[in-house]
Design a protein around this ligand. Sequence first.
Ligand code: UGA
Length: 439
Amino acid sequence: MAMIAHKCPQYRVTVVDINPDRIDEWNSDNLPIYEPGLYEIIKTARGRNLFFNTDIDKGIRESEIIFVSVNTPTKTFGAGAGMAADLQYWEKTARKILQCSESSKIIVEKSTLPVKTALAMERILSTSDSRIQFEVLSNPEFLAEGTAIKDLENPDRVLIGSSQTKTGLKARDELVEIYENWIPMSKIITSNVWSSELSKLVANAFLAQRISSINSISDLCEKTDADVGEVARAIGMDSRIGSRFLNASVGFGGSCFKKDILNLVYLCRNYGIHEVADYWESVVRINEYQKKRFVLNMLKAMFNTLADKKICLMGFAFKADTGDTRETPALYIAKELLEENARLVISDPKALQNAERDLREVKGDIVYIEDPYEAVKGCHAIAILTEWSIYVDLDYRMIFDCMEKPAFIFDGRNIVDHQKLYEIGFNVYPIGKPALSRF
Ligand code: UGA
């Protein structure tokens, strides 16, 4: 919404939320999320044509187009628990829109939703006054955290799904008109509503599948003399495969990949296509396996006991350039290491607050130190879990000197110079490459 307000001063954009603390933060200099470049954009538009407030009824009443961006977490109860999307916030919003509207509106699905949700929305919205018409469009968001501003400014594509009726196409054109302010028409694609809803789930499923594919190969590389980086490079140069998103890692995290795949799996099961469901579910299974494997590798390398050993986790965010820790592999790894009675020092430039919140209920010896040089003091091992660029060029000789010996480093992101670290004296365990170890 900030980007629309920034690019289109002729539109008035109002963001409403039920949480007053969040709205206060959006109105302050201390935004509730860390996203490079976002503050600058908000500053240009806030108070001019971008407003944040909690008056939801008024927001609905006065707007002609409503983007619904409520969360759709995985259901934790009842049928489909652990798999299906929990649509209660979505449905409550639909009812609220119906209750507050005094004129016809375009409703845009921005949240990621299972296929056919627009139909449910339309049904709820068409239950009363027939003079007020609602047109439901699907306009999924493809931005990635950490690069959101760049992705919004120059997206690979914008997708708009609409019903193919006269009024549906008219609503679609109104949304196209907004994006046309800064995005070339060739990148604005339109489809029917269901294709649009499904494309969002499928895009994330394909992206996650690439990571699970390369991560599965990383295991094989560790058992042979192959190097997953070299394999990724060799296959990525095939233009049909492409080189991006082939970085083997400790596993993917984030609020979307797992949730969206499980959603897809649930849809498939619902339609009775279990082979297809199993196929996609395996992407999540490999991801769980990769995280588990990482901890077992640590345990094995460190003489099968981690009890009382101090381990520094470098990075807790699910990826670099964000403070977000949702579904971060670091949380799983931290819990498993604590199960082994290890002592943890958690370091991260942006995610320490979230890390503390995530681990509040977890028992164990944990301290949180932002400065990596302070964090590693007296540690037996370092596990690099987020690919923050600051971790690449640390003075590892200095770090080695203040660690317990033998010193171990487990590079869950393959970002440091393994040979150099080995020469300093570390025992180095990358992902998908033979270990450089003295044992
Ligand atoms: C992802 C998609 O990339 C976006 O297109 C989509 O809009 C978004 O989900 C969403 O549905 O909201 P995001 O989760 O922000 O974006 O971040 P990604 O860059 O996709 O990374 C996801 C995870 O995969 C991270 O943990 C990252 O470290 C990991 N990853 C990524 C790898 O392990 N290897 C790679 O090569 C790339």
